[in-house]
Design a protein around this ligand. Sequence first.
Ligand code: CA2
Length: 145
Amino acid sequence: MRILFLNGPNLNLLGQREPEVYGHTTLADIETKVRQRAKQLGADIDFRQSNLEGELVGWIQQAKGQFEAIVLNAAAYTHTSVALRDAIAAVGVPTIEIHLSNVHAREEFRHKSLIAPVCVGQIAGFGWRSYILGLEASVNVNDRS
Ligand code: CA2
């Protein structure tokens, strides 16, 4: 199974700023942990980050036929991007929304996700473990038993 991990704006700064909110783990550390778990699960992963909305849209479009699921931390675009939402809906690759922080316990503007209605589900609030949970969910995404 091939799983595409996409990370949105500023997540490249993880571990360097605001550790009280996002922890000390860098995005490269998270990728390592995800790769370790993916190996145990027999999944192939691709792990990418971009600060550009259009680049994320392009990657979602290209995922069709290449990946069985997308695990997406859209960061701030979660709350603003109709373009990401439309891309997820158009492409039809099952997508799992993840967040490090519990967005529902933070500022009101983070409570609204424009992408949630077109995602299979949302995982938020478990720090870097949200990525592992997202991976585990994605591997079972077509199992509704
Ligand atoms: O909790 C999450 O994973 C978020 O997607 C992170 C986004 C935020 O806009 C979402 O509401 C929730 C922010 C990512 C920026 O990460 C930073 C890391 C270090 C320093 C500054 C920002």
